[in-house]
Design a protein around this ligand. Structure first.
Ligand code: CUA
Length: 174
């Protein structure tokens, strides 16, 4: 049985080599018709490349202005911003304060004590309003302005162990 498989494998390898050899030998024949096709389509290819390049740059600039992530190095003054500190733990949130005002931007400083978590703010219809990563050793700044009062839910957006689903807390906007 094994020797039969071995023989079939050898024959198949031989066939593949034969096909490669055939293509390699025949590809050396210079065909004048083919040369003109190459010239024409290489021209089309470079124009297509330029078109895609300009399109890609335009779409990138239009979709990242203004940039969705706030400046992480900037110090957001407590006169203009409400400051909230968020610490993610397995499996709970420590958020101080947990009540903010509507109409004034909130700066969430988000970090984690153990593993990676995801800080997600949901409105009363359970629609995601804003989110950022909660990572040990880093503080990620998330800026959001709540336009009207309400009860918001904080859920963990990254699987972080057994009780990941239970990492829920509440944010009140007055
Ligand atoms: Cu924390 Cu999932």
């Amino acid at each position: 049985m094994i020797s039969t498989v071995y023989a079939i494998t050898l024959v198949c390898i031989g066939l593949v080599i034969a096909v490669f050899y055939y293509v390699f030998v025949n590809s050396k024949e210079a065909d004048p018709d083919y040369q003109s096709i190459i010239k024409k389509w290489y021209g089309v290819r470079s124009k297509w490349f330029l078109f895609l390049l300009v399109l890609g740059l335009t779409v990138s600039v239009l979709t990242t202005t203004p940039f969705p992530t706030p400046d992480q190095k900037k110090e957001y003054s407590s006169d203009d911003y409400q400051n909230v500190t968020v610490d993610a733990h397995q499996w709970y949130w420590i958020m101080t304060p947990s009540t903010v005002k509507a109409g004034q931007p909130v700066e969430f400083k988000v970090s984690a004590a153990d593993v990676n978590h995801g800080f997600g703010i949901y409105d009363e219809h359970m629609e995601l309003v804003a989110q950022t990563q909660a990572m040990p050793g880093y503080t990620n700044k998330l800026i959001h302005t709540f336009d009207k009062p309400g009860k918001f839910k904080i859920l963990c957006l990254e699987y972080c162990g057994l009780a990941h689903h239970a990492m829920i807390t509440e944010l009140t906007v007055e």
